[in-house]
Each structure stands twice: as C-alpha cells, then as structure tokens.
Design a protein. Sequence first.
Length: 188
Amino acid sequence: MSNQQSDIQLIQQVLEGDRASFKALYNRYNRLFMLICRRYFHTKQDAEDMLQDAFVSIYKDLKQFDVKKGKFQHWAKRVVINTCLQRLRKKTVLDDFDDLNEKSFDLGVSPEVMSKMSLEDLTQLIHKLPPGRKLVFNLYVIDGYTHKEISEKLGISTSTSKTQLMKAKNLLRTDIENNNYITRGSYA
C-alpha cells in the first residue's frame, strides 16, 4: 500500500471522527514538518509550538484537502508554511524589508564546498540571516515559491523579494567564506 493510499484512508477515517488516524498522520509527517518549522523559527521551542499550531490547522482544514489536486503531503506542507508565515506576520518580521532596485546575485559557491558543510552548519548560517531575508530565502530556495508568489504572500513587491534573496545569498556567501568553508577565489 502506498503512502498516498494510506494517507487517503487515514484522512477518511479522521473525517469520520477517528482520532487515532490523525495521530498516525501526525506520526508520519511530524519530523518533515518540524524541519520546515525549524527553518522559520530559530529556537526549537518556537518551532515545536509552530508545529503544533500547524497540525491544528491541518486538522481543522482537512475537509478542504482534495486528492484530485495532489498528494496530502504537499497540501499539508503548504498549510505548515502558511501557518509559519501567519505567525511571523504577527511578530511584524516583515517590516524590515527595504525596497531597493532589483538586482541579481549568484551565491557562487561550488558544489564541492557545499558538500564540506553539514546540514547543521548550513542551518545555523541561515538562522543568522535577518528575519525578512531568511523568510524570502526559505520560501524561494527551500520551499520553491516564485518571487511573484512570495510577493503576494508577504505583501511586498516582486523586486523586494528578489532583492531580499540577493542580500541573503550575499550574506550566506560571506559567512561561508568567513567560516573557512572555502578560500577566496574558489567560487564555481
């Protein structure tokens, strides 16, 4: 039985009032969704709180899931991301965007350099980014949103999204250089 089929069966059982089936969905996806929450929130406690809020939203909105439009995992991932964004909006993290002219910047780090870094190293560097830049970086690079989608979700211009991404990449590249993951001049 595939995960998709078993997800559908679990969802049907949840909609019929079976709480144990929701616990099974939670157990299946909590680690994946926790990784998403950790990208948006620096402390483990904040991420855990966010994960719980996200699962409450998933439970409340489960009847809106349409199997014809895709897999449960993809739908639920969007719910998790949107829940994180709602929390961040309440904290006014998005107020620190500065609207500059559109620029393009490539991080310029070779795959060999990235392979020398652990996931924890990269996560820590991302967490050091200013909140608005971290948010755009996560949405664009990690979660695959387009600049247009980011601008609509965050209420910023497309050029601001692109600028924030450029600045995030620039800061990450500088941090990678300063932490001796690469030596100057070894960009791809």
